[in-house]
Design a protein around this ligand. Structure first.
Ligand code: ARG
Length: 432
């Protein structure tokens, strides 16, 4: 039996069906609960505007609830021959309720249906990302406090530069995550607008009550203009991808640092043996594969905005099937990012930091600026003090005092973790 919603009495070629459906039967499972939620709001609205009777609504709502329950139990599938989740839900309703089931699609199209599903889905994914970021943020802040006074070399041009600390290093990644969260919140706000009622992308001649569905689905506001609502397919995904890429860039950078600090030439950090990996030929190896995979995944995640931009650039206005392919790109990404964040929390929970790193004479020159500044505090003009210490270095006569006394806001002695925590709390309150 033909199962396309658009069937007009001929069977589409199997090859064509397989090619156009692509991965939708699998990916759409993640949209199923939202599809039912959207349908419930839509039919309540149809009742209000008189396109369904109270009796029809009282048959449809429990039937949709049953489908919702089967989704939560993990029993819902999209059958072979059914194109997508929207078709599957409608088929289930019509096979259970007959003609009443056929009424629910009045005043909507799969174009606004998939849009509403995606917006509800992305809202939840972005909230999950926010929760994961919050976990990592707290872990980094705790580590920053715990290792606050452990000094490490700071580098510029990968040459030793000035004293830094593990307090600063961990704390820096925490504060960077606060910036990334601005992107997550921005993506959330873009997703938090109701496209339902835009139908195929040009609205409907039924007097749809879009304010009602906005309220029922707890959207902040409607995407008012029906064409703008359709245009938000692509825009929303790109915003989500940019948020994912922002967090991934911070995490990828952190992963790179860990790989480098674990390198034998640095040896600043280490992990229990069971968290490292070995070599099939070199018996001594304890490799940082976890952070290498994390770095690789995070780098790949940063290509998503670009991939989506190329996929959607210059598409004609209105729905085009190309848009479906965005699901293949974005759906795995949010999951992968959260997995990387959780793995980072797990690993960092067991990180070991070497003590007394700067006692090694290798890092003597790290203290030159401290010594220049000390002379300045004693009244020597900065350029003269700089030249004096510079000449000592040049002539091999420099002996560091190894005194580090940074007190200003955001520096080694005053990393301002409490202020960073308040900043993050305020940003998180806009999404969680
Ligand atoms: N699977 C489709 C998508 O994700 C659903 C919308 C289909 N609409 C259509 N006009 N063919 O885009």
């Amino acid at each position: 039996m033909a199962k396309q919603l658009w069937n007009k009495g001929f069977e589409p070629d199997q090859l064509i069906e397989n090619f156009t459906v692509g991965k939708d039967r699998e990916l759409d499972l993640r949209l199923a609960r939202y599809d039912v939620q959207g349908s419930m709001a839509h039919i309540r609205m149809l009742r209000k505007i008189g396109l369904l009777t109270e009796e029809e609504l009282s048959l449809l709502l429990p039937a949709l609830q049953e489908i919702a329950d089967s989704i939560e139990r993990g029993e819902f599938t999209i059958e072979d021959g059914v194109e997508d989740v929207h078709s599957q839900v409608e088929f289930l309703l019509t096979s259970r309720l007959g003609d009443v089931g056929k009424k629910i699609h009045s005043g909507r199209s799969r174009n606004d249906q998939v849009l509403v599903d995606l917006k509800l889905f992305f809202r939840d994914e972005l909230r999950d990302i926010a929760k994961a970021v919050d976990r990592l943020f707290n872990c980094l802040q705790d580590l920053s406090e715990k290792h606050r006074d452990k000094l490490m070399p700071g580098y510029t041009h990968l040459q030793i530069a000035m004293p830094s600390s593990f307090g600063l290093w961990f704390g820096a990644y925490a504060e960077s995550l606060a910036d990334d969260m601005q992107m997550v919140v921005a993506a959330y706000n873009i997703a938090n607008q109701n496209p339902l009622g835009s139908a195929a992308g040009y609205g409907s001649s039924f007097p749809l009550d879009r304010e009602l569905t906005t309220e029922l689905l707890d959207f902040a506001k409607p995407h008012y203009n029906v064409v703008a609502a359709q245009m938000s397919r692509g825009k929303t995904e790109r915003a989500v991808a940019s948020a994912v890429a922002a967090v991934a860039s911070t995490l990828g950078h952190l992963a790179m640092d860990v790989c480098m600090w674990m390198c034998n030439n640095f040896g600043f950090v280490s992990f229990p043996d069971e968290l490292t990996t070995g070599s099939s030929i070199m018996p001594h190896k304890k490799n940082p594969d976890v952070f290498e995979i994390m770095r690789g995944k995070c780098n790949r995640l940063q290509s998503l905005p670009n991939e989506l931009t190329i996929l959607t650039a210059n598409l004609p206005l209105g729905y085009n099937r190309d848009l479906q392919l965005m699901k293949d790109i974005v759906f795995p990404a949010t999951t992968e990012l959260i997995e990387c964040i959780d793995m980072a929390c797990f690993m960092l929970g067991q990180i070991r930091i070497k003590d007394g790193i700067l006692d090694d004479s290798l890092y003597d020159y790290i203290f030159t600026v401290e010594d220049v500044n000390r002379l300045v505090l004693d009244g020597v003009p900065f350029r003269d003090a700089y030249r004096k210490v510079g000449m000592e270095v040049q002539n091999g006569q420099y002996h560091p005092t190894r005194n580090v006394n940074h007190t200003h806001l955001g520096s080694i002695g005053n990393p301002a973790n409490d202020r960073i925590a308040s900043k993050m709390k305020e940003i998180m309150s806009r999404i969680l």
